[in-house]
Design a protein around this ligand. Structure first.
Ligand code: AMP
Ligand code: MG
Length: 487
């Protein structure tokens, strides 16, 4: 009997919150579920038998056609600022199967995305198309390979049904694994649509689940706010270091756990340019590469506002505490970013002039339209790799300064190179590679490119021969690369 073999270990603590935070929601059945991508490593890591899941029974579980006996599926309520405008949202197409306790004792959400209509679907069909679900799978797993906190992807199942978007597409369901799905938008929902007791219950729940040291603090809510600020500051700094553009940093897409979530229009930058935007709907460049830290601070200010009733009985004092915490974001972010960039240049210690060394290089990369990832890869390997910037006098002057700086530290050249290799990915999910893999799957039902790409992206800091092919840039194109919200 496969059911017992899968070994879900569900314990749905979210159900203990008021039912204004969720609706019990069974997935809508699909015609013909077929497992097309499966994450063996993740499955074993979280204590689920991959053998049992790679089966017809597994495809039925991972599509929501069968509900594991101990599961009480729910969809969660949340609100959010989308491009600055506040709206009621909620899981319009995602259903949480349950919180699974892993063999290591970690509590993780197992959620089906694209599992049918819910109480929060508004006008939507509750479904997802195959292409965007594969995209989320590839990029979230690439982020994990890059050691950046992220939700994970366990599987993609096709539904055997068509859905209507701009064209008719194949329907699919992604199984998303997250340390939780509590968002800034969940707190905004609590404040706007419920009451003080519910807000407090949500905050207490969140502290217990993600920031349990806070339970002992004099002001647990202040601790919660400051820790979320720290985690998100480090997260954005990591995004910038690898050239990641989230693309839709609405407050409902900012987790309280500090994991990257919602892989819709995200993409990695090729040519370095802080103004890079890929999302087809981001007309103003609100979520451009170089704006991400400002936007995160804005989003966290919205989070801080939700906590004001909890921070102190005295509102003035609460506002002051919130403002004081938010004002620390920029320094935490900047320090984290500069620390990371130092490592990218092989620097172990700190010198006052490091900021200039880093920004001068970035300015040259911008001026000479250098590829972000390959510049750092080439500096690591000490190769030219057809990068025009490397031929310029300006760059060579910069390089001498860098070499001098390296000589002033105690560590050897070999140690510096090893440090660089450990933080400069040799490969990222290049847009043209991701697109070609998705196209083969969607048009020809051929998953070989996807599996190869996933394998390469699982160890991006390995500088092995098999990676070289994936460092190549796309052919120049007059049409800029565009991404779409993951519908
Ligand atoms: P996202 O752009 O993925 O952050 O989604 C924004 C909101 O739209 C969330 O509340 C989603 O649940 C909802 N949504 C997105 N696509 C659909 C769909 N096909 N059906 C119902 N709701 C959807
Ligand atoms: Mg979202």
């Amino acid at each position: 009997m496969k059911e017992k073999e899968i070994k879900f270990n569900f314990d749905n603590s979210y159900l203990n919150l008021s039912d204004s935070f969720y609706k019990i929601q069974y997935p809508s059945k699909v015609k013909e579920p077929k497992l097309v991508i499966f994450n063996n490593n993740l499955s074993e890591e979280i204590g689920l038998s991959s053998n049992a899941l790679i089966s017809d029974y597994g495809a039925n579980i991972l599509s929501g056609n069968l509900i594991y006996e101990e599961s009480t599926p729910i969809s969660q309520a949340y609100a959010g600022h989308q491009f600055g405008h506040f709206t009621m949202l909620g899981d319009g197409r995602a259903i949480l199967l349950g919180e699974h306790i892993t063999p290591n004792g970690n509590r993780i959400d197992i959620q089906l995305k694209g599992a049918g209509r819910t109480a929060y679907s508004r006008g939507g069909d509750g479904r997802a198309a195959l292409g965007p679900m594969i995209r989320e799978y590839i990029i979230s797993e690439a982020m994990n390979g890059l050691r950046i906190p992220t939700t994970r992807s366990l599987a993609v199942v096709t539904t055997g049904e068509s859905i209507v978007r701009e064209r008719v597409e194949q329907g699919a369901i992604l199984t998303r694994v997250a340390s939780s799905h509590i968002r800034v938008g969940t707190f905004q929902y609590a404040v706007r649509f419920t009451n003080y007791e519910n807000l407090k219950a949500l905050a207490d729940y969140t502290i217990k689940r993600h920031y349990s040291e806070g339970e002992k603090k004099e002001n647990p809510y202040l601790y919660l706010l400051e820790e979320v600020i720290k985690r998100q500051a480090h997260l954005v700094s990591k995004w910038l270091q690898v050239g990641f553009i989230h693309g839709v940093m609405n407050t409902d897409n900012v987790t309280i756990s500090g994991e990257t979530i919602d892989y819709g229009p995200c993409a990695f930058m090729d040519t370095y340019n802080p103004e890079t935007v890929f999302s087809s709907i981001d007309y103003q460049g609100r979520y451009a590469y170089g704006n991400q830290s400002y936007i995160m601070a804005w989003n966290l200010a919205r989070f801080a506002e939700t906590l004001i009733p909890l921070l102190s009985d005295n509102e003035e004092e609460a506002i002051e505490l919130a403002q004081n915490s938010i004002s620390k974001f920029n320094d935490i972010y900047k320090e984290s970013y500069i620390m990371g960039m130092r490592k990218k240049l092989g620097l172990f210690n700190e010198e006052k002039e490091d900021d200039n060394l880093i920004y001068d290089l970035l300015n040259l990369m911008h001026k000479y339209e250098a590829d972000y990832t390959n510049t750092f890869r080439s500096l690591t390997l000490n190769i030219k790799d057809n990068i025009i910037m490397f031929e310029t006098t300006e760059f060579n002057e910069w390089k001498s300064r860098w070499q001098e700086r390296l000589k002033r530290q105690r560590e050897s050249e070999k140690e510096a190179i090893d440090l660089m290799k450990s933080v400069n990915p040799s490969v990222i999910p290049r847009n043209h590679r991701v697109e070609e893999a998705i196209e083969a799957a969607v048009k020809k039902d051929d998953y070989t490119l996807i599996n190869k790409l996933l394998d390469v992206l699982s160890t991006p800091y390995d500088y092995t021969k098999d990676k070289e092919e994936y460092t190549k840039l796309p052919k120049p194109s007059k049409i800029p690369y565009r991404t779409f919200c993951g519908t």
